[in-house]
Write a protein that binds this ligand. Structure first.
Ligand code: GLN
Length: 541
């Protein structure tokens, strides 16, 4: 049976309790402990497939095709796991499963009422045990802020669950904010005290309080003692400081220095190895400010929000740690390119990424970016929509099919080079999606085959439209290389060009599988292409 680390948060939202959880998870993994992580999200959305990335950031897709919030990406990247449908659960999903699919439905059929307590709490507890056999420790993060109406049901489930566990089988970490008041030059502990009192009112007592501080100030012993005393902790050692970090990969180092892992291991009586974070530290050295920079543009349509392309940004950073270069990533609005011209905007960049997206907003600017990268031999990676637009660019400018487009943008086009699969044409919106893992066979002698170093790969998808095979032969004759294909359904997965330093576009999303220790081969390929380009004299444009 697993042991459990419960993480709750108070005072304000977004204070980094998820990062605290995954960072602690990483430290435990470095000690040889097997860790899994579960986040409960109080939202009523069934999944996050339809949320607006400009408002909420990217949608992260697990290998089994669940569309979740970007928090799941942190879980995968820090813990190096392949998440599944139980790692990220919304209230909407739990309710739908309860009321439509499973045993509670049975209660209704037998004339019983269905209630939040005990039915929903039991369902939440059942979900909390999802990884019981496969992990030594399961970290459970309760989304939302203590005191919110919509996370109360989870706090009740946690209370019941803790009550069923013996003391050495769980630890409760509560994350709060300790703000610094400029006017009086002091750190304030009252919000923390109030938050813990609120948590107490649900019958929960934290074992550790992790205090986020928004100034470069060390919590003094005095402050720690004060928090410990007013929040019922036996010692100020259980008050941990979580300072704002320059980059999130430093958080495991900061928390280890504060001894958070030692407290968890002690309370849980976990057998483990001595801590060695050298590999992690070495990786972070690859982010040194003084390293030579690579300027990478992500030309997209959701650039108003820096989190819209979070996994791509992280994947590029991983590849840069690896090549000991600093990733300087700029989100470029494709609508700006339409308005102000591609050359002036993209000239400063060493590599270009055209990412995924839905709908026709900004696509012409993205096509201009693809064309610029192809003709000027700038290292290029197209992802999902980026691949589809690469095909459209080639169709228009090389195959001279001027009206070529995707039926997503114009159903009546005479040249639907990107189209829905025949079997999906009559399906409704949801079912027509290719979501999650699909196999891809790589053609011998191609760039993709070389950079992956293996003939078959599995990658994650999230799209409705595909390369239209009716154009494949013609485009191949004109120089397009189809280097990756899903043989089960005969679908084009990767295209590339030979006379280019690095031009690869994939129908799948490599960003979901990139890890700090194992940067994704396509990002490594792009960054290496950019590094090679840096050494060349300026390109004649
Ligand atoms: N809109 C395109 C499709 O549905 C691409 C989706 C994406 O980039 N994730 O196929």
């Amino acid at each position: 049976m697993s042991k459990y680390i419960f993480i709750t948060g108070g005072v304000v939202s977004n204070l980094g309790k998820g990062i605290t959880g995954v960072a602690l998870g990483r430290i435990l993994i470095e000690r040889g402990i097997k860790v899994n992580f579960q986040r409960f999200d109080p939202r009523l959305n069934f999944d996050l497939g339809l949320i607006n990335p400009i408002q909420y950031g990217e949608v992260f897709v697990s290998h089994d095709g669940v569309e979740s919030a970007l928090a799941l990406g942190y879980i995968e990247r820090f813990l190096d796991i392949e998440s599944d449908k139980n790692n990220y659960l919304t209230t909407g999903k739990i309710l739908a499963d309860m009321l439509i699919n499973n045993d509670t439905k049975h209660d209704e059929n037998t004339g019983m009422s269905i209630q939040q307590v005990p039915h929903m709490t039991s369902e939440i507890k059942r979900r909390m045990k999802s990884y019981d056999d496969s992990a030594d420790v399961v970290i459970i993060e309760i989304g939302g802020t203590v005191g919110d109406m919509d996370n109360a049901i989870y706090l009740e489930a946690v209370r019941q669950f803790q009550n069923e566990l013996t003391e050495d089988n769980y630890i409760h970490i509560h994350c709060t904010l300790v703000p610094y008041m400029e006017s009086t030059e002091e750190l304030k502990t009252k919000p923390t005290q109030t938050s813990v009192r609120c948590l107490n009112s649900y019958g929960l007592q934290p074992d550790v309080i992790v205090c986020r501080t928004n100034k470069d100030i060390t919590l003094s012993d005095h402050i720690k003692r004060k928090i410990a005393m007013f929040c019922n902790l036996k010692s100020s050692d259980f008050v941990i400081q979580n300072k704002d970090a320059n980059n999130i990969y430093e958080v495991p180092l900061n928390l280890a220095e504060e001894g958070l892992d030692r407290i968890a291991i002690g309370k849980l009586s976990l057998p483990c190895n001595a801590l060695n974070l050298n590999k992690w530290k070495e990786m972070i050295n690859g982010m040194d400010e003084d390293l030579p920079a690579i300027n990478i543009a992500i030309v997209g349509k959701y650039t108003e929000n820096q989190y819209s392309y979070l996994s791509i940004t992280e994947g590029l950073r991983h590849a840069c740690f690896n090549s000991k270069h600093k990733a300087k990533i700029t989100l470029v609005s494709s609508e700006d390119i339409e308005m102000y011209g591609v050359k002036d905007i993209l000239k400063p960049f060493d590599a270009i990424v055209v990412p995924g997206g839905f709908g026709d907003k900004g696509i012409e600017g993205m096509i201009l970016a693809v064309n610029y990268a192809r003709e000027n031999k700038i290292p290029f990676l197209g992802i999902c929509l980026g691949m589809q637009l690469s095909v459209i660019e080639f169709a228009r400018n090389v195959a001279k099919l001027k009206d070529a487009t995707s039926t997503e943008f114009n159903v009546k086009t005479k040249n639907p080079v990107i189209n829905k699969m025949e079997e999906n044409k009559w399906n409704n919106f949801e079912k027509a999606m290719r979501l999650g893992d699909y196999k891809c066979n790589l053609k011998d002698g191609t760039l993709a085959r070389r950079i992956y170093g293996q003939p078959e790969i599995i990658e994650r998808h999230r799209h409705r439209y595909e390369f239209n095979n009716e154009y494949r032969e013609k485009f191949e004759d004109l120089g397009m290389v189809v280097s990756g294909v899903n043989s089960d359904k005969n679908l084009v997965e990767i295209i590339e060009y030979k006379d280019h330093p690095f031009f690869v576009a994939s129908q799948f999303h490599p960003e979901f599988k990139s890890r700090p220790y194992r940067p994704h081969p396509l990002f490594v390929g792009l960054v290496n292409g950019a590094v090679a380009n840096l050494k060349k004299p300026t390109i004649n444009q």
